[in-house]
Design a protein around this ligand. Structure first.
Ligand SMILES: Cc1cc2nc3c(=O)[nH]c(=O)nc-3n(C[C@H](O)[C@H](O)[C@H](O)COP(=O)(O)O)c2cc1C
Ligand code: SF4
Length: 440
């Protein structure tokens, strides 16, 4: 099993280059060493991209490769390409680099280090579905935006792109990358999810059928188009082929972005033998906590994680240090998620704030005797009642916290806590004064 780790905070590469069963080297997506890939280097390493000469022609290759979306849901990419290509009307394509999940850095790292792989993938996906408009939707980070503008200008000078790419910025909101929020923002509105159906693949940006793919999915597509399905499948598992970017947070506080073969043991990625953890969070803030014992037997794969109600999601893996309280950490995350809701539907207006307040009281050891019961009851009430999956993801996270930290719940109910420190571990963005209304 192979993994390559890059420390995003320092840009210091701690890459551990590994070989797969046929000698394929990881990382594939991120450049080896510390050097972001400019266009000349990109073309030298990967060669020019080849348009296929018409819509649909790439789709069979993507199906053979077994590529699935890297934005969270692991949906088969060829099925989405086909669904969009089958629609009446001229499609629009959007590369989703919003990365609203605070614990994830992989899309920003990819866009910074290998922008041309993403941009190649965007052009190829546009050709595959017959799109005439392409957008790159990215986190509102001025340095990143400037870098992408220069990458696009370089490509325009070289005459690589058939479609002009419009850069659209995403507000720093958890929901900004949800595809209906993205469609609203790309057509000039606020990044608010909207009630579905129709789904965006049917009617998205300005009513056109819209293909939304995560930026990593597009970069993988660009590699598959060059090197073929067998190359892609030479790492990963039969059911879940390829590599994926993960953002790892080790229990000693270090970490970064790691490209790992799907099927790599989680204990290897989080170095659990060296740095023991109190619990492991997989899949981010809509993901699930696992006990260290569970995590030590599992690999980075949905086949392993789904039976436990977890998923690889967008590849967030965090090992909670042994001296932290899982309830305190979970209460901060749920509070953040409740504040990030768009406040458009009942579960988010009423349910999530009550859940967040009660979990906070439990974390602070001042809860009412009914707290545990209330949390479970409200979770059932908000589930599947929102226009988007935000309440469901929040409830999944909460339920896993109550299960994995069950002993801690009992301690807190008795006014005690086993943690050595309440210093925060998981990242929660600081909100600016105008954050509440900042959706563009
Ligand atoms: C609350 C929520 C937030 C999401 N945020 C992102 C995001 O930041 N980036 C992303 O690529 N996908 C995000 N998604 C998934 C998108 O809706 C969409 O499924 C994805 O971009 C499709 O790309 P893929 O098939 O290549 O993964 C989010 C979904 C939900 C429900
Ligand atoms: S469920 Fe919540 S986050 Fe989703 S659209 Fe409704 S109010 Fe917004």
């Amino acid at each position: 099993m192979t993994a390559a780790i890059r420390d995003t905070a320092t840009s210091h590469s701690v890459t551990e280059r590994g070989h797969s069963k046929d000698g394929t080297v990881l990382p594939r997506l991120l450049p080896a060493g510390n050097h972001p890939m400019e266009l000349a280097a990109h073309l030298q390493v990967h060669g020019e991209m080849h348009y296929r000469g018409g819509p649909r022609m790439l789709i069979h290759t993507i199906e053979s490769a077994g590529l699935t979306g890297r934005g969270g849901a692991a949906f088969p990419t060829h099925r989405k390409l086909t669904a969009v290509a089958d629609q009446k009307g001229v499609p629009v394509v959007v590369a989703n680099g919003a990365e609203g999940e605070p614990a994830s850095d992989k899309d920003k790292t990819l866009l910074w280090s290998s922008p041309h792989l993403v941009l190649d993938g965007l052009q190829l996906a546009a050709e595959a579905v017959g799109a005439r408009k392409a957008h790159l939707y990215v986190h509102r980070n001025p340095r990143l935006v400037q870098r992408l503008q220069s990458a696009l200008a370089e490509r325009a000078t070289a005459g690589l792109d058939r479609l002009e790419v419009h850069l659209v910025t995403a507000p720093p909101r958890f929901l900004a990358g949800e595809e209906s929020a993205l469609a609203n923002r790309v057509q000039g509105g606020p990044a608010l999810p909207r009630f579905t159906p129709p789904r965006v693949f049917e009617r998205g940006v300005n009513g056109a059928p819209t293909l939304v793919q995560n930026v990593e999915t597009l970069a993988q597509l660009a590699l598959i188009s060059r090197y073929g399905p067998a190359w892609f499948r030479s790492v990963g598992t039969e059911a879940e082929p390829g590599s994926m970017l993960t953002t790892v947070r080790l229990a000693n506080g270090s970490g970064g972005v790691a490209e790992a073969a799907i099927g790599t043991p989680i204990s290897h990625l989080l170095k659990l033998n060296e740095h023991p953890a109190r619990a492991v969070l997989v899949g981010g803030y809509h993901g699930a906590w696992l006990t260290p014992e569970q995590a030590s037997h599992l690999t980075l794969s949905n086949a392993d994680l789904r039976p436990l109600g977890a998923a690889v999601g967008a590849g967030v893996l965090a090992a909670l240090p042994a001296d932290r309280c899982g309830l305190v950490e979970s209460a901060r995350v749920v509070q953040y998620l409740a504040l990030e809701s768009a406040g458009q539907c009942g579960p988010c207006l009423n349910g999530l704030p009550s859940i967040a307040a009660t979990l906070e009281q439990l974390a602070e050891r001042r809860s009412a005797p009914s707290a545990r019961h209330d949390l479970k009851r409200w979770s059932t009430l908000v589930e599947r009642r929102g226009a988007c999956h935000h309440p469901d993801g929040t409830v999944r996270f909460l339920r896993s916290a109550l299960a994995v930290f069950a002993d801690e719940v009992v301690l807190h109910e008795a006014g005690r806590c086993s943690a050595g420190t309440d210093e925060p571990f998981l990242p929660i963005p600081a909100a600016s004064p105008d954050h509440k209304d900042d959706w563009s």
